[in-house]
Design a protein around this ligand. Structure first.
Ligand code: GLC
Length: 457
């Protein structure tokens, strides 16, 4: 079968199945074992970096995405007047995708529909879309998805807002003030909305077969009210290996702490921090508070060191161009990741803070400890509490060898000796240097509070 035909045949088959009732929410999916889940989440564990894209009529840049009208910062009329400026006139999906690939990201998540209900694809289920109600007058999601699939190497995620504030059959329009109706008093109206959402999700599932669903807005109703298990099982029926974030009232696969990188490792086995480059998800003319590439790299290392991913957001303008400051960050991520690949994708969470001044990860076999140093050390780098002996130290991505020594390796004490590693200036990376400490055995740590002598020689 030709590559071009495959998606169409898949979509047609799916539509037939849906017509036959197979897309109805189903709860009869077999329960997966822990091993099966590990396998399904394998790509996500190795992913480390994803690129989030917020794009919609708000990308004209005057007000925040959806929240601006919900919080009455702007009238509904003025907010939706932005449709006339959503031109996508310089939109080059091939360029977007190659930039995302260049950044070293393993996946990308795009806002198919935000809380304002504006759909980037040509939805048949509703009237508010790039095709029907924007200056672009065309489907802008399909060309992006086609590029992702054509260029390869990236998993595709679709952000989908469960909330659709402007719709008459959705209960809430504004944050303050009375709701349009009570879903328990008017269950038919609510059912009508849920069917609309399901129809849109099925359109997306059949047209694009995403690898990941990124839900948002679940906080307004309970799992039961959204029929979250029904949604999840309908999507899994379409694609049994699909990954789903947790913003579907706990029915998903992984946690999504937002903006702040966690201080302690989240409890969830899988997680991802979503992060803006400035302080906004969508493009904002007035927001120039861009993080520099080194800061973003630290955040990536911080997430990796706790076993998580970083989902870094870009906000293209309404014409489809990506702000220069964001391009710069993605390119630097790409430079750094390609130089340090062995210390990125195959790694797992590192050791607790306190052993070394830097972030850490481990190789899967725990025979290599990676240390990420986002500064130039003024004195040798200190690593303490390693019960496993170090047999070699390398600077990843450099041939220059560091020198190192051990102090206080005392045979009466269970407290291990402390390593001091001098990194030659020539081996320092301009953003973040990575050391690989090769161990004689799988890592064992000393976690005690010190010891006094009980015998001596
Ligand atoms: C929030 C906001 C939203 C944004 C999202 C991204 O939940 O509602 O505007 O798109 O986070 O994480």
């Amino acid at each position: 079968m030709s590559k071009e035909l495959k998606p169409f045949i898949f979509a047609s088959l799916l539509l037939l199945l849906c017509a036959a009732g197979a897309c109805k929410p189903a709860r009869d999916l077999p329960k997966e074992t822990e091993e099966q889940k590990e396998e399904r989440m394998e790509w996500f564990s190795r992913a480390k970096l994803g690129i989030f894209i917020h794009w919609g009529i708000y990308s004209r840049g005057d007000w925040s995405e959806s929240w601006s009208f919900h919080n009455k910062k702007v009238s509904i009329e003025d907010y939706f007047a932005q449709e006339a400026d959503f031109t996508a006139s310089r939109y080059d999906p091939a360029e977007w995708v190659s930039l995302i690939r260049e950044s070293g990201a393993s996946y990308t998540v795009i806002t198919s529909k935000h809380h304002d209900g504006f759909a980037l694809w040509g939805t048949e289920a509703g009237e508010v879309s790039a095709v029907k109600s924007s200056a672009a007058g065309r489907d802008v999601l399909t060309p992006f998805v086609e590029e992702v699939r054509r260029q390869g190497g990236l998993k595709l995620g679709l952000y989908y807002s469960l909330i659709d504030w402007p719709r008459e059959d959705y209960p809430n329009l504004f944050r303050e003030g009375p709701a349009r109706y009570d879903i328990h008093k008017e269950p038919e109206r609510w059912k009508h909305f849920l069917e609309f959402n399901m129809a849109q999700m099925m359109e997306l599932a059949s047209a694009y077969n995403p690898d990941l669903w990124w839900f948002d807005g679940d906080w307004e109703f309970s799992s039961e009210e959204w029929d979250a298990p029904g949604i999840v099982s309908a999507l899994r029926k379409v694609n049994p290996s699909v990954v789903i974030n947790s913003r579907i009232q706990g029915n998903g696969d992984y946690a999504t702490p937002e903006l702040g990188v966690p201080v302690v490792r989240p409890e969830s086995r899988w997680w991802e921090t979503c992060m803006t480059i400035n302080d906004s998800w969508g493009f904002r003319k007035a927001d120039l508070n861009f993080k520099d590439p080194g800061t973003v790299l630290r955040m990536l290392a911080d997430c990796m060191s706790m076993g998580g991913n970083l989902l870094l957001d870009i906000g293209p303008r309404a014409d489809g161009t990506i702000p220069e400051e964001e391009v710069k960050v993605l390119k630097e991520l790409g430079r750094w990741i390609s130089k340090h690949e062995e210390a990125v994708y195959p790694t797992r969470a590192g050791i607790p803070a306190g052993h070394v001044q830097g972030y850490t990860t481990l190789s899967q076999d725990a025979m290599t400890l990676y240390v990420y140093i986002p500064y130039a050390p003024a004195t040798p780098l200190e690593v303490k509490g390693l019960k496993s002996k170090v047999k070699g130290v390398r600077v990843v991505g450099s041939d220059v060898l560091p020198s190192w020594t051990v102090y206080n390796d005392i045979d009466w004490s269970e407290v291990p000796g402390v390593y001091y590693i001098s990194i030659p200036a020539a081996a320092l990376d301009p953003s973040m240097t990575v050391l690989a400490l090769e161990l004689e055995e799988p890592l064992r740590l000393y976690r005690g509070s010190g010891q006094i002598m009980s015998f001596n020689q």
